[in-house]
Design a binder for this molecule. Structure first.
Ligand SMILES: Nc1ncnc2c1ncn2[C@@H]1O[C@H](COP(=O)(O)OP(=O)(O)O)[C@@H](O)[C@H]1O
Ligand SMILES: [Mg+2]
Length: 353
């Protein structure tokens, strides 16, 4: 996957930019709050269909503008493609593929694939289960668009079901609750099966990378103990209504999943040092890229947001040496002269090559 050109207009603090990127390493450097992450956010928008910083579309439009436009030219192993998004302060966003309007952004997802490394990801081992679920959800969605669709249906059913469980008269809606439980069990099982398969690959590849990083000293596994079938979920959801009414919410399902990480036999969340946790997190991200290559036949684009300054020398070298022959887009506060790269300077939303 090669991201050839990104154009931004009225996006965050970028009035207008048209950036041609090299096939290898690209570095965006500049002081804080100049717009470096905004550029990666714009590129990654095409990979996951939204801002990775949790911003709403409206918040991406420059303060003094009514519209924003993003356009990405990229090449996958088959052909060149052009995707475009127009955001409007009033009204719905518009998406275009090769200048043809597409009704849903989900059509984009899975076509342009990227792996993002940001400083927050370094705590993915230490964080709570929701961060690990989010990691897998984004990774799996890019590979299997049906997963994203199922997840979005799941979340909608879940919030309806939760609202119903909070109703004082919930018992009189028992039929409705049963229907929602059946639907939730079906979507949940589909998601759980994908998570099971993904976690198995993730565990295997991350373990290899961690072994490689530590000359075989550290043995790692990532598990998915929460796997359940549709029958399992149906059983749980249909036979615990009273408990769920007391709790006022859905107690069983993939929204409670975890993928715990074990290092040398103990829970890495509790027992691994901060340095070990960071190495594992990096290895998980590198593994995400490997899995994407295995499934799709080509490497995704790697986006590194301000991560190099967070790493010590040996981890930095390990990470950079692994990117040979792949496209990498890096943001940092200083130029990295030891890297052979296309360099862009970012200042106050303006970008110079
Ligand atoms: N909607 C917006 N309109 C205009 N400027 C924005 C908008 N959203 C964020 N900004 C500006 O973008 C800058 C932050 O950019 P960012 O890419 O996060 O910086 P950094 O270079 O540190 O990565 C800040 O100056 C912020 O005020
Ligand atoms: Mg930044």
């Amino acid at each position: 996957m090669y991201c050839k050109k990104i154009e931004c207009e009225g996006y965050r603090n970028i009035e207008k930019a048209s950036l041609e990127l090299s096939r290898d390493v690209n570095v965006f450097f500049g002081d804080n709050a100049q717009g470096k992450t905004n550029i990666l956010e714009a590129i990654y928008y095409f990979a996951c269909g939204k801002s990775f910083r949790g911003a709403r579309d409206r918040e991406l439009i420059s303060f003094d503008r009514e519209h924003a436009r993003l356009e990405l030219d990229f090449e996958d192993k088959d052909r060149e493609r052009r995707h475009e998004v127009r955001l409007h302060r009033q009204g719905r966003r518009e998406c275009f593929m090769e200048a043809i309007r597409t009704p849903r952004i989900s059509e984009f997802v899975g076509r342009f694939r990227a792996v993002l490394f940001s400083p927050e990801h370094l705590s993915i081992v230490k964080d709570g289960p929701s961060e690990r679920r989010l990691f897998e959800d984004i990774a799996i969605s890019q590979l299997y668009p049906a997963y994203m669709a199922s997840l979005s249906r799941y979340n909608k059913i879940l919030s309806e079901r939760n609202a119903l469980l909070k109703e004082p008269e919930a018992f009189s809606f028992k039929g409705m609750l049963t229907v929602l439980s059946e639907q939730l069990a079906r979507e949940g099982a589909f998601i759980s099966e994908h998570r099971r398969r993904y976690t198995e690959k993730l565990s295997e590849i991350t373990a290899d990378i961690v072994a490689d990083m530590t000359c075989g000293r550290e043995k790692l596994s990532i598990d998915y103990p929460c796997f359940k079938t549709e029958n399992d979920y149906r059983e749980l959801l249909l036979s615990n209504t009273e408990k769920e009414l007391r709790a006022g919410g859905t107690l069983y399902g993939i929204h409670k999943d975890d993928m715990p990480v074990t290092l040398n036999g103990s829970d890495a969340r509790v027992y691994a040092s901060q340095g070990q946790q960071r190495s594992i997190a990096l290895a998980m991200k590198l593994a995400e890229g490997e899995i994407s290559r295995i499934v799709t036949g080509e490497y995704p684009v790697f986006l590194l947001d301000d991560i190099l300054s967070e790493l010590d020398r040996s981890r930095k070298e390990y990470v950079l040496s692994g990117f040979d022959g792949r496209q990498v887009i890096i943001t940092c506060c200083e130029d990295i002269p030891e890297l052979k790269a296309s360099v862009f300077r970012v200042k106050n939303g303006k970008i110079e090559n």
